[in-house]
Ligand binder design. Sequence first.
Ligand SMILES: C=C(O[C@@H]1C=C(C(=O)O)C=C[C@H]1O)C(=O)O
Length: 96
Amino acid sequence: MRSSTVTPPTPTTAPDDPEAVIAAERARIDALDARIVALVRDRMEISETIQRVRIESGGRRVHLAREMEILDHYSSELGSAGRDLAMTLLRLCRGH
Ligand SMILES: C=C(O[C@@H]1C=C(C(=O)O)C=C[C@H]1O)C(=O)O
């Protein structure tokens, strides 16, 4: 089984109260989304460094073979929507 860093469900004082469960689980989603945004920002920074170094040494910003690897990876992990997610990440990281 895949290990997870997701925090366990927050025990509520009234576990059968749907509103309380939804609020607690939404808080977990909000915390995950904050981490995802921070990770995307880290990715953008690293990607920008690679692109800058390559351009400064006479190369091109975009490396299509590497992008295909990333698209294939997300696609095999998460299906076609995962591929779309990778496309969006690449767009964020190379600025277009
Ligand atoms: C970061 C790189 O440069 C560009 C950005 C990529 C990315 O953000 O993953 C991938 C390929 C390149 O188009 C790289 O070549 O690794």
